[in-house]
Ligand binder design. Sequence first.
Ligand code: MF3
Ligand code: CO
Length: 268
Amino acid sequence: MPIIIKSDDEIAIMREAGRIVAEVLEILVAGVRPGLIVKKLDRIVQDQFERRKVIPTFLGYLGYPARVCVSVNDEIVHGIPGDRVLREGDIVSIDLGATHKGFVADSALTVGVGRIRAEGQRLIDVTYQALWEGIRAARPGARLGEISHAIQTCAEAHGYSVVREYVGHGVGREMHEEPQVPNFGPPERGPILRKGMVLALEPMVNIGDWRTKKHDDQWTVSTLDGSLSAHFEHTIAITDGEPEVLTLRSDEQPLLARTAATAAERRS
Ligand code: MF3
Ligand code: CO
């Protein structure tokens, strides 16, 4: 299967899809608190997506029974929102996809519930940083492996491991298109990036080792060793220059502003 290049018009639609996913993720994060029953998050998505007239991409995908994935503590990805109650100190990963005018946007984040331990906060911070190291590497002419390598290097430099069995992906009319985007591997690997590719980068980072186990529900994936795991994901478009983050939230700086800020910090 080839990598499908998107036109500027198609990317404009994906930008709208990305904005909707970002806005709804922000609403979900605002709802996270001790005592929340996680399936409430699925109801919020149902309500918000109806209003915004977008389709919940995950619902029915290979039989997945919900609109959002909610993965708590040692759960890595694909947690089904059910009767579980969030408790102070949990860390919760929320993964959301929307289909808008035939195109998909996909994004995820991990947040703490109330006050959390420093150990969990550090994992969250490093996983977020690893995602942005991957985004920074996503330039035309570079190899896909440079993204993978940047993510892995960042996570492992902090003593964490990156999950191997689940990876990022191309995204467009389908949620999962070519190419796969591993969160590990050498920089020389993979296709050359070019303008019009749209990728979902999604590091899943564990405090312990990278091995996983699947629950009896056939969806929820946890760390094999029971250690905490965090997950961040953005849908990005490769451009002539800096990648465009289509699922950027209002609390986030685009790459250009970040790079400038880092350079200014270095000078001071
Ligand atoms: N972001 C996840 C992925 O790319 C979400 C898929 S959940 C599913 O695989 F239920 F739809 F599979
Ligand atoms: Co994804």
